[in-house]
Design a protein. Structure first.
Length: 225
């Protein structure tokens, strides 16, 4: 099979549009509404997203922290978090049942099965903003890897997440001193300003070098103590 010829393994239509799982060579990739989201070829960005939030908490003297991950994806963020005993609780919000199924009973389970078996881990099948509105839980870190960035969302309704109302919910969902980390395929100075206007401090952007093109980035922000 040619690496340039992907094979569709599953295609689902749900309330948020179409999601597709494809295999390309030895790797798998997720396509949402015709937009490439992520694949299993690397995972460095997903791991660094979690690591950057962890380093922020560690620098502030925080130990035994709770983590909320927005987006299950191919499971790299979850698996990496579960490998770190620092996290006492790891919740992953995923609104697409298809993606959850691909992990629980499909080919993506090889990346996430040990993490899903970890008693610290739980998958919440819901929309992130819905969860933040309805839960009383507060997290020490919130890592978002739902879209290709604040300026490149998978669905139009996801734009709310990066707007003042959505960021207000993110801030309220964090403990004082908690860290928000947002993955993006490109820098967004406008999003940095929106974070500051939403009441976050310590706003900055860290680059993640990639093989081709502009670096991926992680936007970091802290809820004031």
């Amino acid at each position: 099979m040619s690496l340039s010829a992907p094979v569709t393994l599953d295609r689902r239509h749900g309330p948020y549009g179409e999601v597709v799982l494809r295999r390309r060579g030895e790797h798998h990739e997720i396509i949402a509404n015709g937009c490439f989201l992520m694949d299993t070829s690397d995972g460095r960005s997903e791991r660094l997203l979690v690591d950057m939030a962890y380093e922020e908490l560690r620098a502030a003297g925080r130990r035994e922290s709770s983590l909320l991950v927005g987006g299950l994806g191919v499971g790299f963020s979850l698996a990496h978090a579960a490998a770190n005993p620092h996290w006492r609780h790891i919740a992953v919000v995923e609104r697409e049942q298809a993606i959850i199924d691909w992990h629980l009973s499909g080919p993506l389970g090889r990346f996430s099965a040990p993490a899903l078996a970890d008693p610290r881990s739980v998958i919440l099948r819901t929309d992130l903003l819905t969860h933040l509105r309805e839960t009383d839980a507060r997290y020490d870190a919130l890592c978002l890897d739902i879209d290709n960035g604040p300026d490149w969302t998978v669905t139009d309704d996801n734009e709310t997440l990066y707007a003042p109302a959505g960021l207000d919910l993110c801030r309220r969902g964090l403990t004082p001193g908690g860290v928000l980390a947002v993955w993006s395929a490109q820098p967004s100075p406008a999003f940095e300003e929106t974070l500051r206007n939403a009441g976050f401090t310590g706003v900055r952007t860290k680059e993640i070098q990639v093989a081709r093109g502009v670096p991926d980035v992680v936007h970091l922000a802290v809820r004031p103590a």
